[in-house]
Design a protein around this ligand. Structure first.
Ligand code: PRP
Length: 210
């Protein structure tokens, strides 16, 4: 019997794109396309098992070895710094981590800057590198509201099309880092399944160049 490769896919549109890449790379699993609420799918013939997980949880599954490989956004990797191998930039799920504020915002560097964000580690490191004093306000979503209501001066958040900012009269002030989806692997499992994993890396890297 073939060794099964356990793959954590981020649930949602990005995950479907990722599955298409794996399928093209020879790791197809037709049952995954059946509309169902199942979360685990496997194809013993090609030796692959997929599971749909919340995008922000992929790195946890991979770090702890419940998944051998997975796909996570660079935002999650920078924020949580999981101990995993980053094997490939998939060049999809592209966006940027940015500082945004109300259009009329002017920074007063003598005052502590109030920063609302889900990404507290990224924000802390960014302002530390600039030597700027900040007060972090950790929020779980709808971050754009914070400066409008005066809860914060700026936000650190993901900007993709910029529509959310625009519709809330906010604008980007600084770009912190570009973001895209990365193929990651568990460090110990990589050694045992190196051949299978490297085959996927090579096939998917070749798709990018095609
Ligand atoms: C992100 C981010 C913004 C939005 C930006 O949220 O927090 O709200 O996308 O996209 P745009 O520039 O194309 O408008 P996401 O949809 O990932 O959901 P979340 O709020 O649950 O993080």
């Amino acid at each position: 019997m073939k060794t099964m490769l356990n793959v954590a896919l981020p649930k949602g549109r990005l995950g479907e794109k990722v599955y298409a890449m794996f399928e093209k790379a020879g790791f197809e699993c037709p049952s995954i396309k059946e509309n169902s609420r199942k979360l685990i799918f496997e194809n013993e013939e090609v030796g692959v098992r997929y599971f749909w997980v919340k995008p922000s949880d992929v790195a946890i599954y991979v770090e702890r070895g419940a998944a051998d490989v997975g796909v996570a956004g660079k935002d999650i990797l920078l924020e949580y710094e999981p101990d995993v191998y980053e094997l490939l930039d998939l060049d999809i799920g592209k966006c940027r981590m940015a500082v945004a504020a109300m259009e009329n915002f002017r920074d007063d560097t003598h005052r502590t800057l109030r920063v609302a964000t889900k990404f507290t580690n990224i924000a802390r490191q960014y302002y530390l590198s600039k030597g700027r004093d900040i007060d972090i306000i950790h929020l779980n979503g709808s971050i754009e509201i914070a400066p409008i209501l005066g809860l914060s001066d700026v936000i650190v958040d993901i900007v993709e099309t910029g529509t959310t900012l625009k519709e809330n009269q906010l604008q980007v002030f600084e770009t912190i880092v570009p973001i895209s989806a990365r193929l990651i692997a568990n460090k110990a499992n990589y050694k045992f399944k190196e051949e299978q994993i490297e085959k996927i890396v090579a096939e998917i890297a070749a798709q990018g160049k095609a």
